[in-house]
Write a protein that binds this ligand. Structure first.
Ligand SMILES: [Zn+2]
Length: 144
């Protein structure tokens, strides 16, 4: 034990021994909202991603082990499913209601599909991680 010079309080020698309350998992929808908005689903205070899609290993605020949540291929799957359901009607409407040249249609639809997928992938990954955390589906850290 050492005396903290700032607060004059006794501190253990190993900082990891300092007691921290365990975070309480919120209900499913608040957790999903936090995941969609790029915040930790457990506490909602710290960012969920570093970069575009890389999940932070551990929440800086509540210390939840976020890297152990195996989102795997679920976010791209849900993104493709959603973008497909949005773009197929757009494709049908564009084909039936406009007389655009084919190359313009292709350029517009491919661009729109790509932009939509890139915009939706990150919030969908956040929501997927929140669902997995809520249902306590984590990978075994010993498996690597
Ligand atoms: Zn957190």
């Amino acid at each position: 034990m050492k005396i903290d010079p700032n607060t004059s309080a006794l501190r253990p020698d190993d900082a990891s021994l300092i007691w921290m309350p365990l975070p309480v998992m919120p209900a499913l929808w608040p957790a999903i909202k936090r995941g969609i908005t790029n915040r930790c689903p457990m506490c909602g205070c710290s960012p969920l991603f570093q970069g575009y899609l890389r999940v932070v290993p551990r929440c800086r605020q509540c210390q939840t082990l976020l890297a152990a949540v195996p989102a795997d291929d679920a976010p791209p799957y849900f993104t493709i499913l959603l973008v497909g359901h949005i773009m197929v009607p757009v494709l049908v409407l564009t084909e039936t209601m406009t007389a655009l040249p084919m190359w313009i249609e292709i350029a517009l639809l491919v661009s729109l599909t790509t932009i939509l997928a890139l915009l939706l992938l990150r919030p969908i990954k956040g929501a997927t991680i929140a669902c997995l955390l809520h249902h306590e589906l984590r990978s075994d850290p010993r498996r690597g």
